[in-house]
Design a protein around this ligand. Structure first.
Ligand SMILES: [Ca+2]
Ligand SMILES: [Ca+2]
Ligand SMILES: [Ca+2]
Ligand SMILES: [Zn+2]
Length: 475
């Protein structure tokens, strides 16, 4: 629990941090041209140099050389995903004018690959409070409240962290301020790593919701609260932790990179998992499942017989058992397999048929598997979208098939399939079900599960383990 002196301390840290930012932005020590060896300074290169330093690409701007500048530009180009030429061309000088987050991209010269962490600390408490300390004139108060809560909910969905408005600022973990930062453009906002909790939104920007004009408060709040939880910038363009603002996205979702990052930071202690009891016991004494899939809104559904159970990504039970036909009317009991593809279409398969749902609830149609996925057999055991390459895999007996939905001819199975399951280092034949969660795939068979490392392409050490104890929290 917080006490008052801690909170005062935090205010002091906030003021000091602001000073630091103003120092960086306004009283930045100018390098004298004489200090630069072969490096030519002009208005453009000066701006570039400050930018690269501010965002962590240049450790120091003293002793500047052409080579240092070139390699910093290359690092920046690599981070934002353009060809790393190292040249200060128009492309790069345009890029550094784009609105972005005020936090550095590179910390202490560590090169980031996809998601990263800001520091060693995370919040120990899973119930956090937040307070919007002042409001902008750009939006009505209620909209600001809603957009901020909605942003925090994005992270709650993946972690067990719950956010509630604080009654008093003394006791608030996250503190959100609207304040003038650097005028319109460049810095939109910044936030600190745990357990600072300060988030500053530049009120020199026009904050908006549900529109292309101005800066979308919700998206920026997801990004900044990501920092508050400990996430650093990601070089994945589709990640919300990408530093440059990419405009309003009406279909915004956290991507796999974000989910992997936040899940890695806030792992759930397996011993604290929700325990199945009462009506749920069936999964405990008979944990052989028919199918499992993760939905577009990041829940995991387990299907068995006529029933389904809904879990969070960390296997906390949220719903179930319920009847499959009450949620997906067209889908029969005892399905063979199910998976969700990146286009948010969920497929249920049984015998020679498959049923398609958009956003896992709006029924689209059913068709023969051989028609929708030419070359894939009937009566399959398991299916999943593999995070290793985004392609769809089907398993049956001792064989598997792969589909690349993006490759013409449409959905045609490559002739080199089926292949033996033994190629998946450590997976057994006759699987029951499979699902990909973040960068990990889980395979299920007879009450046991195998955790598969998608990067190293093998079953992790210590597996198989019990589904009932590990995932379903059975006694
Ligand atoms: Ca600004
Ligand atoms: Ca404003
Ligand atoms: Ca199955
Ligand atoms: Zn940021």
């Amino acid at each position: 629990m917080l006490n008052i002196s801690e909170s005062k301390m935090r205010n002091l840290i906030f003021i000091l941090s602001l000073c630091h930012v103003f120092y960086l932005m306004q009283f930045y020590p100018l390098v004298q041209p004489g200090e630069l060896r072969d490096f030519q300074i002009n208005e453009d290169s000066d701006r570039m140099m400050r930018y690269l330093h501010k965002y962590g690409y240049l450790e120091s701007i003293a002793d500047m050389t052409h080579q240092k500048m070139k390699s910093a530009i290359m690092d920046f180009q690599q981070f934002v995903g353009v060809v790393p030429t190292g040249n200060m061309d128009k492309n790069v000088s345009d890029m550094i004018k784009l609105p972005r987050c005020g936090m550095p991209d590179i910390q202490s010269s560590r090169r980031v690959r996809s998601y990263g962490f800001l520091g060693p600390n995370i919040w120990q408490d899973r119930r956090l409070t937040y307070r919007i300390q002042n409001y902008t004139d750009d939006m009505d108060k209620e909209s600001v409240d809603n957009e901020i809560q909605r942003a925090l909910d994005e992270w709650s969905r993946i972690t067990r962290i719950r956010f509630k408005p604080a009654k008093h600022s003394y006791f608030s973990d996250l503190n959100i301020y609207f304040s003038s930062v650097d005028g319109g453009g460049e810095i939109l906002a910044y936030a600190y790593s745990p357990v600072n909790g300060t988030i500053v939104l530049d009120d020199d920007e026009l904050w908006t919701k549900n529109t292309n004009s101005g800066v979308n408060l919700f998206q920026i709040a997801v990004h900044e609260t990501g920092h508050s939880l400990g996430l650093a910038h990601s070089d994945e363009k589709t990640s919300i932790m990408f530093p440059i603002y990419q405009g309003y996205n009406e279909n915004f979702k956290l991507n796999l990179d974000d989910i992997r990052g936040i899940s890695a930071l806030y792992k759930v202690n397996p011993h604290q998992r929700f325990t199945l009891g009462g009506n749920n016991e069936r999964l405990c004494w008979d944990p052989k499942i028919d199918a499992i899939f993760s939905s577009p809104d990041y829940y995991i559904y387990v299907l068995k017989g006529a029933k389904y159970w809904k879990f969070t990504l960390n296997f906390i039970l949220v719903e179930g058992p319920r009847l499959i036909r009450n949620r997906w009317q067209e889908v029969p009991d005892n399905v063979d397999a199910a998976f969700t593809y990146w286009n948010n279409v969920t497929y249920f398969l049984k015998g020679p048929y498959m049923w398609k749902y958009i956003q896992d609830q709006k029924y689209k149609k059913s068709q023969l598997i051989d028609y929708g996925f030419p070359g894939i057999p009937n009566d399959i055991d398991a299916s999943l979208m593999w995070s290793g390459n985004g392609k769809i895999y089907f398993f049956k007996g001792s064989e598997y098939w792969m589909l690349n939905p993006q490759q013409p001819p449409f959905m045609r199975v490559n002739e080199t399939y089926p292949r033996p399951i033994s190629r998946w280092n450590g997976l057994p034949n006759n699987l029951d079900a499979a699902v990909g969660i973040g960068g990990t795939s889980y395979f299920f068979k007879d009450g046991s599960y195998y955790k598969y490392d998608d990067l190293r392409m093998k079953v992790q050490g210590g597996y198989p383990r019990s589904i009932a104890t590990d995932l379903f929290g059975c006694p």
